[in-house]
Write a new protein. Structure first.
Length: 284
C-alpha cells in the first residue's frame, strides 16, 4: 500500500494496440456489468477508453487500501458517478474520478474525509463543421461574459489560442460538476472561472484559477491545470483538501503498470475479445 495522498495517472489508450492476450486479461479484470457495457461500444477507441478508466480505478483502490483486488467493487450513483462500495470502511477514505477523451484516460485520486475530486481531460481540437465563431455562438449560454472575454482574447489572439482557452474553461467546468457529481445538467453560466495564469505547460501545474458560483468566490475549491502533451489539457477540481498541499504532476502509465497487481475476476472470454477486434478503431 502506498502512503501517497494524491495520485494523478494517465494511460494513453489512443496508442494502445492490445494483443488478444492483453485485451482478454484487461477485460477479465473489471466487473461483469461494466464488461457488458463496454462490449456495446461500436468503436474500439471508445471501448479502450472506458476500459482504461475502470482499470485505473481498480489500480488506485488496490494500491491505496488493504482491500484484496477481488473484493474491490464499484457502484454508480443515480447520476452515473462511480464510487467504491463500502468506501466508508476503507481507511483512509479514497476519493477518485476518471475521464477519457482524445488519446488519454486519466485518474485523480485523493485520500481523506470530506474531500471531493473531479477530473476532465480534453483534446484541443475542433472538428464540428461550423466556423469557430459560429461554434462559440452556439455555446454562448454555457460561459459567463467574463469567461467569453478571456476565451475570445483580442484582435491578436489566434483561433488556435481561442480554442485552447475554450477547452481549458470547459475542462474546468466539467472537473467541477464531476467533483460535485451533478454532471453538466446544471446552469454552467453560473459556474464562472477567473483564470490568472494565461498559459498551461506540460510537466507544470497551474493552481491559481478561481471559482465563482452565482457571484460568490468558493475559496474551498482549488483547481490543478496542466497539459498532458501539446494537444491535451486536463483539470482536476478539489475541495476539502486543505491549503498548502503540493500539486502532483501526472504520471503516464504503460500497459504493464496499468495492470500491475490486477487479478482476473472473470473467466477468459475469447468471443468477447473477437468482437472487440472486429470493430473499427474510430468513426473516420
Ligand atoms: C458526467 C459527465 C460530465 C461526463 O462527461 P464526459 O466528458 O462525457 O466524460 P468524461 O470522459 O470526462 O468522464 C466519464 C467518466 O466520468 C465518470 N462519471 C460518470 N458520471 C459521472 C458523474 N455524474 N459525476 C462524476 N463522474 C462521472 C465515469 O467514470 C465515466 O466513465 P465511464 O463512462 O467510462 O463510466 C456527463 O456525462 C454528464 O453530465 N452526465 C450527467 C448525467 C446525468 O445527469 N444523468 C442522470 C441520470 S442518467
Amino acid at each position: 500500500m502506498s502512503g501517497r495522498m494524491s495520485i494523478r495517472w494517465t494511460f494513453s489508450f489512443g496508442s494502445w494496440n492490445p494483443t488478444e492476450c492483453q485485451f482478454q486479461l484487461a477485460a477479465s479484470c473489471i466487473q461483469e456489468e461494466e464488461k457488458i457495457r463496454i462490449g456495446r461500444f461500436v468503436f474500439k477507441k471508445d471501448a479502450k477508453a472506458s476500459l482504461a478508466g475502470r482499470l485505473l480505478m481498480r489500480k488506485y483502490v488496490s494500491e491505496n487500501s488493504s482491500l484484496p483486488y477481488a473484493d474491490i467493487k464499484f457502484g454508480r450513483d443515480d447520476r452515473g458517478k462511480p464510487f467504491l462500495v463500502g468506501c466508508h470502511e476503507v481507511k483512509p477514505m479514497l476519493n477518485f474520478n476518471v475521464s477519457h477523451q482524445g488519446n488519454y484516460a486519466v485518474l485523480a485520486g485523493e485520500s481523506g474525509c470530506n474531500v471531493k475530486v473531479g477530473i476532465d481531460v480534453m483534446k484541443l481540437e475542433y472538428s464540428g463543421g461550423k466556423t469557430l465563431s459560429e461554434f462559440f455562438r452556439v455555446m454562448t449560454r454555457n460561459f459567463s461574459p467574463l469567461e467569453w472575454e478571456t476565451i475570445r482574447g483580442n484582435s491578436k489572439t489566434s483561433d488556435k489560442q481561442r480554442l485552447a482557452m475554450f477547452c481549458r474553461h470547459w475542462c474546468l467546468k466539467e472537473s467541477y460538476v464531476k467533483a460535485t457529481g451533478t454532471g453538466i445538467a446544471v446552469n454552467l453560466q453560473q459556474i464562472n472561472f477567473k483564470i490568472k495564469s494565461s498559459n498551461l505547460r506540460t510537466g507544470a501545474v497551474v493552481t491559481d484559477t478561481e471559482l465563482f458560483v452565482n457571484g460568490n468566490h468558493l475559496e474551498d475549491w482549488s483547481f490543478e491545470e496542466s497539459l498532458l502533451d501539446e494537444n491535451h489539457c486536463v483539470a482536476v477540481a478539489l475541495s476539502g483538501k486543505g491549503r498548502g498541499s503540493v500539486p502532483v504532476v501526472f504520471k503516464c502509465l504503460d500497459f504493464s503498470e496499468l495492470m500491475n497487481g490486477s487479478k482476473p475476476l472473470l473467466s477468459a472470454d475469447p468471443a468477447y475479445s473477437q468482437m472487440f477486434f472486429k470493430k473499427e478503431e474510430k468513426p473516420f
